[in-house]
Design a protein around this ligand. Structure first.
Ligand code: FE2
Length: 198
């Protein structure tokens, strides 16, 4: 019995470790539908450590219990996330869906963090590395991501065409995208200074 318990505990631990991973890969620049994975050939995956080095924060949290989740409460308190709302994106939920999806996909940055906790569905956050290559991050239910201020990025739904996400913010929310180029923007300069290691 003890062996069985130990075995189950070990499996749970491994599953937790696997779940803590974030699927991310370098993408090609083909003109195919943005909702496709756009893998390189052969596929080239990106480890979570690399994303962390670019300033991207990631947690795996319990989205079924987000209103009472102690870890989320702790993150909100520590990082000062005082605002939250929920967005639901799907073809029949978003007015001007195709046009909006193309807008989300324009490369931009923000003067503040972009914080998303995925409650259902999935989508792709593309971020630039310091060699200006796109990395595609597949955000799924339970993933919480923070794209730092000043980091060039874009978003698209994937082939499932559905995502429900909690948006968090420090203080009064500002969602303004600053489209690239923004090399002189103070948040861009701060991002480069803080995260880029020569
Ligand atoms: Fe954004």
């Amino acid at each position: 019995m003890q062996d069985e318990e130990a075995c189950m505990s070990y499996i749970a631990h491994i599953l937790e470790a696997v779940n803590a991973q974030l699927d991310a890969w370098y993408i090609n620049d083909s003109e195919e539908d943005q909702r496709l994975p756009h893998h390189l050939e052969p596929k080239l995956y990106v480890p979570v450590q690399k994303l962390a080095e670019l300033g991207l924060a990631h947690w795996v949290l319990d989205s079924n219990n987000y209103e009472h989740d102690m870890e989320l409460r702790k993150i909100r308190a520590e990082r000062g996330y005082t605002y939250q709302d929920i967005v639901d994106i799907a073809p029949d939920l978003l007015p001007n869906y195709e046009a909006n999806l193309k807008n989300f996909y324009k490369e931009h940055m923000h003067a503040d963090e972009e914080i998303r906790f995925i409650l259902a569905g999935s989508g792709y956050f593309d971020v630039r590395d310091f060699d200006d290559r796109w990395i595609r991050i597949w955000a799924k239910k339970n993933d919480m991501l923070v794209v730092p201020a000043g980091m060039y990025h874009r978003f698209t739904l994937d082939e499932s065409e559905y995502i429900k996400a909690l948006r968090l913010f420090k203080g009064y929310p500002v969602w303004t995208p600053h489209y690239r180029p923004q090399d002189e923007h103070p948040s861009r300069k701060d991002y480069i200074t803080f995260w880029k290691r020569q």
